[in-house]
Design a protein around this ligand. Sequence first.
Ligand SMILES: [Cu+2]
Length: 268
Amino acid sequence: MRFISFFITTFITFASSANGVSDWQLGFQKPASDVMRNVYDLHNFVLIMMTAITFFVLFLIFYVVFRFRKKANPVASKTTHNTFIEILWTGIPVIILIFMAIPSFKLVYQQDVIPETDMTIKVIGHQWYWEYQYPEHDNLSFESYMTPDDELEEGDIRLLTVDNHLVLPANKNIHVLVTGGDVLHSFAMPSLGVKKDAVPGRLNETWFNIDEPGIYRGQCSEICGTGHGYMPIVIEALNETDFNNWIIEQKNKLAMSNIINNNELIIE
Ligand SMILES: [Cu+2]
């Protein structure tokens, strides 16, 4: 299956370039997690099965139309049952479905059963921005808004650039809690194989493990109002040291702003 996937990746889809997205790309983004690699493999496997079955049925239709046309077959057969053929056309699809079901169930379990995780983040969808909380890092939290067109800088991707990235460590199992602050949203990160509904009053959970440091982009994937198309998700994966430094930096910033706020209160 890996070989088939490799073939498809190389010759049929164009999932290349730095962040897994390229112009006129067909197919998925370049997988950046083990789950997404398995999603990709399953997709390619099913695609091949589907294509083979479609061509087989097409061949049968052409054969029947040609072989049993009036001229070649003036006396029509009155056969209504053929036990052997009925066993075949029941048995073979069952076997094909079993072959498709096994990797599919394995994948569902891999996505659903959360392994031992290294850290937890909480993601809250709002109209129309994301809020990220780090409950294991002094409840650090911030909001992430899309950068509007007139503030984009050279190299920024329109509609996929935000002011504050969701910064996470690479190569760590990350437990993600997802909820909504107002209406339904959905936290979706295609290259990680993650899509989780953000439902107000309910806490959904998922997990991922990012292969390597880099920038990964996703979008809200549950229509949530007029700003739905303007609340992208940008994950910035760092190595462990850089991530720890980032956390310290954020905590210092928070401490500074608290001092400033307290001083203001005293002055008042
Ligand atoms: Cu939305």
